[in-house]
Design a protein around this ligand. Structure first.
Ligand SMILES: Cc1ncc(COP(=O)(O)O)c(C=O)c1O
Length: 381
């Protein structure tokens, strides 16, 4: 019998009274968008991630669009990015008028974009590189930044998976020229919708602040406080603003980030210890030596395992799983635009990857139940 409501979901919110209080605080304040909560979030985020500017927006997708515009992506330019990512990474390049150029991942163990493949794709039209820290594991940032500096190309970090992960002594999302975080429901900082852009570059920050709100030279709050009485429009802008409830929720979630990530790491250790004894399952990032936030818990199935039938088997036991990701270059829209492409490691991983449940509150019993189910499947098929 199919179990319609998973007992162990893929992801669960780390919410409590703090989030309820924050929501009520905003409602009672009667200021609903781009106000004191947004300002406080931007200040707290910049301080936490040790960046000069943090600019809150309506999603990571809109953050990526603005980041592409800020670095000068437009028609006739190319942006190198991974295909093993959520489609928003490369869609954002197209929104800005540019062309995404997919580079393969490093290996079937390291699923982040390969510096070597990036360098092979650089040409005179390359305007930017977008890296995506898959699952909260860092891309090879030293090599990538070295290549980018050599060709004078800015690096955008798609840090949707990465809040709280550390590379050497820096947070992911504070290393490239601009970074974009997501507050989507299933992220480590979760507000439903929302996102934030970080940068140390004043020009990028000023431009992004302006075009997130129609290219206007003053904000509603400034005019409300009498700091400005009118405005000019100096660029083609958008309504990519965040509202105060989402900003207030993000502030609560930022406070919980470190503890939530620590609990995810404990869960990951339990998973890894048990899964290392199942021959037909491999755990990626086997030699990873930095601090990951375990945004998701991906595994690589042996070629002999039928992934769909395993997913159905787990679903019937109440365990929700997912795939990260169907690669972007295989989507109909992209194939129609770019034709067929082969990215060997991306294609292999995309065929055999399975994502297991992961969230701060997952219990040892739940993990053991999942492991038992996987062991039983591998033994009997
Ligand atoms: C890697 C990556 N980039 C971008 C996004 C887009 O984020 P948002 O839903 O906040 O627009 C996501 C969301 O799932 C993501 O996983």
């Amino acid at each position: 019998m199919n179990n319609p409501n998973p007992v162990i979901p893929l992801f669960d919110l780390n919410y409590g009274l703090e989030e309820e209080d924050a929501t009520l605080r905003v409602l009672r304040s009667k200021w609903l968008t781009m106000g004191p909560e947004t300002e406080a979030l931007e200040h707290e985020f910049a301080k936490y991630f040790k960046v000069k500017h943090a600019i809150a927006v309506s999603s990571c997708t809109t953050a990526l669009h603005l980041a592409n515009l800020a670095v000068g992506v437009k028609q006739g330019t190319e942006v190198i990015c991974p295909s093993l990512t959520f489609v928003a990474t490369s869609n954002s390049v197209i929104y800005a008028g540019g062309t995404p150029v997919f580079a393969d991942i490093t290996s079937t163990d390291d699923w982040t974009i390969s510096p070597h493949e990036i360098e092979k794709k650089i040409n005179k039209n390359t305007r930017s590189i977008i890296v995506m820290h898959y699952g909260g594991f860092a891309c090879k940032m030293d090599e990538i930044i070295e290549i980018a500096n050599c060709y004078k190309i800015p690096v955008i970090e798609d840090a949707a998976h990465a809040p709280g992960s550390i590379y050497k002594d820096r947070f992911l999302g504070s290393i490239g020229d601009i970074s974009c975080f997501s507050f989507f429901s299933n992220k480590n900082i979760s507000t439903g919708e929302g996102g934030i852009i970080c940068t140390n570059n004043d020009d990028y920050a000023n431009y992004i602040k302006k075009i997130r709100s129609h290219g206007m030279t003053s904000a509603t709050l400034d005019r409300h406080h009498g700091h400005a009485y009118s405005y000019d429009v100096t660029d083609l802008g958008y309504n990519y603003r965040i509202d105060e409830i989402h900003a207030a929720l993000a502030r609560c979630q930022l406070k919980k980030l470190e503890n939530g990530n620590e609990r995810r790491r404990l869960a990951a250790t339990r998973y890894k210890n048990a899964l290392s004894k199942i021959d037909r399952i491999k755990i990626p990032f086997g030699n990873y030596c930095f601090l990951a936030n375990y945004h998701i818990f991906p595994i690589l199935l042996d070629k002999s395992i039928n992934r769909n039938s395993l997913m159905v088997f787990l679903r019937e036991k109440g365990i929700q799983t997912s795939i990260h990701y169907p690669p972007v270059h295989m989507f109909s829209y992209y194939r129609a635009m770019m034709g067929d492409q082969i990215l060997h490691n991306t294609d292999f991983v995309a065929r055999h990857e399975l994502t297991l449940p992961m969230y701060a509150d997952i219990t040892n019993e739940q993990i053991d139940f999942i492991i038992d189910a996987l062991r039983a499947y591998c033994k009997n098929t």
